[in-house]
Write a protein that binds this ligand. Structure first.
Ligand code: ADP
Ligand code: MG
Length: 476
């Protein structure tokens, strides 16, 4: 081989290596995209590139320290899962900074001025306000009317509706918190829609916390902080979703404080949502915490059994095939903590039944959700507890969940309540809800009774111990 041929031979090899990295990164980021929100992906990963990949390490680069820190505090777990999915075994994730990594940004996705659909179109044809790059059409399904109200979210719903009625006056700032999938975004968007319906001229800035940070980084890079500040100050209503993402971002918190404060002083409404109350957001500046709590802080709680039933009925009815009680009960018992998952289950069941052209029954629903149910781990479900007890005492599950008070039913029902308290995280109210809507004092009574009886009566003690170990055995 001539000495000169070496570079020519290695160039394609080099290119192949680069292509390989790009393809691998493409696969990994695709796996990542199914785990994080589209907007988060756009913000933090669209300028990323794979640097190194072997059987131990997956190293990629992002455009600056800020993005790196953000990913480390928020998306490392998802990144690890994505890598594991792609490679079949875990990789150590390393993140480097490479300022050269500049891919074009699509500005449209960032800050959004909310307007209902027809209005957004009108505005787009007129001169759009220069400071607002994109407009988000409100999701029409997010309205107060479409929001199913129960004890868990009644206060949140009322407060959001109240703030929409007289923005800046009643509940300001309005801070809504609760864990994921419980309807925070739904309420925030309903609030925007309702304000706009009353006053189409209202200037509402609705954005995710990530958009805010994203703009801030952009402004920093372009040394354009003044314009950045103005943009956020010239609105009537500022709505920032998922503010907990500001945790550990001191510089951005500082920047957020200014417009927030100015708006407050000008009597303009701010609305914030978060996955935890202000004081529990790590390293949130003291003065932000105290500002947030000036107004109204409301928690949105996981839906209780009755509310889950109502949501399932409503969502299936809206899709044209209302579930009967048995089907709704099956889902409400299995899917407990998250309304988004309930909604997903409705979609899945309906799609399955349409596909196989079958009616919606407990059997077809179970079939449609087999994977979902199988994937659940940990504590036994209420359905498993009830099934186990009803088998033991030869009574029907529906009777235990019904109103009858004969001793033959009441005792197994009390045992099931006791087991539910021992083996699950359900509240007393929630447990009562499963057993014919009984209140929490009935549940306390059942638990005390079974506890006492299993101490004084060895037969009862054995029976309870056996049921407990059986149900614990259901865990993987
Ligand atoms: P979060 O922002 O708290 O994570 P979302 O507002 O995105 O939750 O809600 C998740 C899904 O559940 C959305 O599709 C929303 O419409 C639906 N949802 C949440 N709460 C309710 C409710 N009370 N009634 C009807 N749908 C709801
Ligand atoms: Mg949300």
């Amino acid at each position: 081989m001539e000495p000169g041929s070496l570079p020519q031979a290695s160039a394609p090899a080099l290119q192949a290596g680069v292509d390989h990295l790009a393809r691998t990164w493409d696969t990994v980021t695709r796996a990542l995209q199914s785990r994080i929100r589209a907007e988060a992906f756009q913000t933090w990963f669209r300028r990323s590139a794979l640097v190194r990949c072997d059987d131990q390490v997956l190293a990629f680069a992002v455009q600056n320290d800020f993005a790196r820190n953000w990913i480390v505090s928020n998306y490392l777990a998802e990144m690890g899962e994505a890598a594991r999915e792609v490679f079949g075994s875990p990789r150590q994730i390393e993140i480097e900074v490479d300022a050269e990594l500049v891919r074009p940004r699509d500005a449209e996705r960032e800050t959004v001025l909310v307007a209902p659909a027809p209005l957004a179109r009108t505005r787009a044809t007129q001169a759009a306000p220069a400071a607002m790059p994109g407009e988000l059409v409100l999701n029409p399904k997010y309205t107060f009317d479409n929001f199913v109200v129960g004890p868990c979210n009644r206060f949140a719903h009322a407060a959001a509706a109240g703030a929409a009625e007289s923005p800046g006056k009643t509940y300001n700032p309005f801070f809504l918190h609760g864990s994921v999938g419980l309807g925070k975004t739904h309420l925030l968007q309903s609030l925007c829609g309702s304000i706009l319906a009353r006053n189409p001229q209202a200037r509402i800035l609705y954005l995710s916390c990530e958009s805010f940070v994203n703009h801030f980084i952009d402004a920093l890079e372009k040394s354009d902080l003044l314009r950045f500040r103005d943009k956020y100050r010239n609105v009537d209503v500022l709505v920032v979703d998922d503010i907990h993402l500001l945790a550990n971002q001191e510089r951005t918190q500082e920047e957020f404080f200014h417009p927030f404060n100015t708006l407050y002083q000008a009597g303009k409404q701010s609305v914030l949502s978060s996955d935890s109350p202000p004081k529990d957001i790590p390293t949130l500046q003291e003065r932000l915490v105290s500002r947030f709590t000036w107004g109204l802080v409301v928690e949105i709680e996981p839906p209780c059994y009755e509310t889950r039933m109502a949501i399932l009925k409503r969502k299936s009815r809206d899709r044209g095939r209302e579930f009967n009680d048995d089907v709704a009960r099956l889902l409400a018992e299995r899917i407990e903590s998250n309304i988004r998952e309930l909604e997903g289950a409705v979609t899945r069941v309906l799609a399955h039944c349409n596909l196989v052209n079958a009616p919606v029954t407990v059997e077809t629903a179970r079939e449609a959700l087999r994977e979902v149910f199988a994937a659940r781990r940990g504590e036994p479900t209420m359905e498993e507890i009830i099934a186990c007890v009803s088998q033991r005492f030869a009574v029907r599950a529906s009777e235990m969940q019904g109103k009858k008070r004969t001793n033959a039913i009441a005792f197994p029902r009390q045992v099931a309540m006791f087991l539910a308290r021992r083996l699950t995280n359900h509240s007393l109210e929630d447990i009562g809800g499963y057993f014919g809507g009984r209140d929490h004092s009935t549940v306390v009574h059942a638990i005390t009774k079974i506890e006492a009886k299993s101490k004084s009566d060895p037969q009862c003690g054995d029976m309870v111990a056996d049921l407990l170990s059986r149900l614990r055995g259901l865990k993987p």
